[in-house]
Design a protein around this ligand. Structure first.
Ligand SMILES: CC(C)(COP(=O)(O)OP(=O)(O)OC[C@H]1O[C@@H](n2cnc3c(N)ncnc32)[C@H](O)[C@@H]1OP(=O)(O)O)[C@@H](O)C(=O)NCCC(=O)NCCS
Length: 220
């Protein structure tokens, strides 16, 4: 289900009171997971636990880390992991358990009108998402990244810090834009493709390609 951003923000601000009683869980206790926690805290939401197989039994930022399979069934979750394949796997596990994905938008991110943010997305502080943009489910726009008007992000897309995605770009499922990379207007970045840090994409990027440099070319 896709929602307009004002609905997402309203949920986070306490509009859906029933939902707020359900524990919020962050999947992944690594860097992005802790940034997701920071985003939740900035919106005034408490996180009950991290879900992370590798760190189960530890305490991270004062929160328990449990296995995803141990998540309370009434929980809401956000995946705080950059790898789109890991996000796909975890989504399957958590939705199989009946957990509901939620999106978090940092209060210091700007999301323009007529932009739609699907469930499970993370928008970090300093991000600017222009108008008439669509974010597919479980996508992430990291701090200080920008996404131009009419751009469409598929599912599990990642725009790393400072990434600059111009207007009318299509980022297909699982695509990643590295830190400070630039995608020129109107281009398509194919499914699972990776635009390296600092690259300038001047042409479409084929599915699963890894490109670097300016102009961006496939990594050798
Ligand atoms: C593009 C990328 C995915 C390639 O990763 P990789 O396949 O592991 O590549 P390697 O590190 O083995 O590097 C291979 C070669 O490409 C070069 N290279 C790697 N990334 C590069 C980049 N972004 N720009 C220019 N050259 C790059 C390396 O210097 C190396 O060159 P060499 O063989 O002459 O030494 C990765 O380097 C990258 O840019 N990731 C994005 C990181 C990022 O934005 N992180 C945000 C975290 S918050």
């Amino acid at each position: 289900m896709s929602r307009r951003n004002d609905a997402v923000v309203a949920d986070i601000a306490g509009h859906a009171e029933g939902d707020l009683k359900r524990p919020l869980l962050v999947a992944g206790a690594g860097g992005v997971g802790r940034e997701a926690l920071d985003t939740a805290l900035a919106t005034g939401l408490e996180v009950a636990a991290f879900l992370d197989d590798k760190r189960a039994g530890e305490t991270v930022r004062g929160l328990p880390v449990i296995r995803p399979e141990e998540a309370p069934r009434e929980g809401r979750y956000l995946i705080g992991i950059a790898d789109p394949q890991a996000r796909l796997r975890l989504m399957g596990v958590l939705e199989g358990l009946g957990l509901v994905p939620v999106s978090l938008v940092h209060p210091r991110a700007i999301v323009a009108p007529h932009t739609e943010i699907a469930e499970g997305c993370l928008v970090q502080g300093g991000a600017y998402i222009s108008s008439d943009v669509t974010l597919g489910s479980h996508s992430q726009v990291h701090y200080n990244a920008t996404v131009g008007h009419d751009t469409v992000l598929g599912e599990r897309v990642t725009v790393y810090p400072g990434g600059n995605v111009s207007g009318s770009v299509s980022l297909h499922d699982g695509a990643t834009v590295g830190s400070n990379a630039v995608i020129l207007q109107g281009l398509t970045v194919g499914e699972g493709a990776f635009v390296g840090a600092g690259a300038v994409a001047t042409r479409d990027v084929p599915p699963r390609a890894v490109v670097i440099g300016s102009p961006a070319r496939p990594i050798s």
